[in-house]
Design a protein around this ligand. Structure first.
Ligand code: HEC
Length: 212
């Protein structure tokens, strides 16, 4: 009989010690089983907390003024005309920024980014048949209609930067140059659907297709 009391007592102590103090805010730091000198840097990473005091800096403040021209992550305002995709008159720009060469490298970058961020909805061909369609998102437009074919590059850029209706903005995922690269790739996708016999350049291919 004595053992029953003893066992019950220990079970109670066990339950309380494991579950009893969960979520209790403690004022003292937790007990250090492994001392700092044995495992330096494992538990106590030297860092400065906001609004705290610092002995490192002469003025004693932990908060430092960020270096000039610092922009917080995701807060870059692309408010020059190049980055808004607008010309100096404020209309959506036709063509690409003058200082950005539209070459194979840019297109390849654009394809890479497009396949990561856009093809899920717009499809690898830009026909709006991405994987999301299978899951009920049917409103993704194709790029292959006259409205989007004749849309200025700057407006495409603006859609990527700021989103449109149910499409979210991609400004936090693509740098301005990457957005232009995607615009170039969207143009390439559109062009790819409009090929004619006149586009065939290779003499051997021409011959086998019977094109003069
Ligand atoms: C989550 C799905 C989704 C993703 C990802 C997505 N889009 Fe869209 N996109 C849409 C939908 C939906 C619309 C139609 C928005 C509307 O209602 O006008 C749209 C519209 C567009 C339009 C047409 C805008 C217009 O003026 O009609 C373009 C161009 C476009 N997207 C380009 C892109 C590019 C480039 C990317 C990748 C950076 C991208 N989209 C990623 C869903 C998506």
């Amino acid at each position: 009989m004595r053992h029953v009391y003893l066992i019950t007592f220990f079970v109670c102590v066990l339950v309380v010690s494991i579950l009893g103090f969960r979520d209790t805010p403690f004022t003292l730091p937790p007990m250090d089983v492994f001392p700092e000198w044995a495992f330096p840097g494992m538990k106590h990473t030297p860092k400065l907390r906001p609004q705290a005091e610092s002995k490192f800096f002469a003025d004693g403040r932990a908060d430092r003024t960020p270096p000039a021209h610092t922009v917080a992550r995701g807060m870059l305002r692309d408010d020059d005309h190049r980055h808004l995709g607008k010309d100096s008159a404020g209309a959506f720009a036709v063509g690409f920024p003058a200082d950005l060469p539209v070459d194979l490298k840019l297109l390849e970058r654009g394809r890479d980014r497009y396949q990561v961020y856009c093809s899920v909805c717009h499809g690898a061909l830009g026909d709006g048949n991405g994987i999301t369609k299978k899951y009920g998102m049917g409103a993704t437009p194709t790029y292959h209609d006259d409205r989007l074919r004749s849309m200025p590059e700057g407006e495409l850029y603006n859609t990527i930067t700021n989103g449109k209706n149910t499409m979210l903005p991609y400004a936090d995922k693509l740098t301005p140059d990457e957005r232009w690269a995607v615009v170039a790739y969207v143009r390439a996708l559109q062009r790819a659907q409009l090929g004619t016999a006149a586009d065939v350049q290779d003499p051997a291919a021409k011959k086998s297709l019977g094109i003069q």
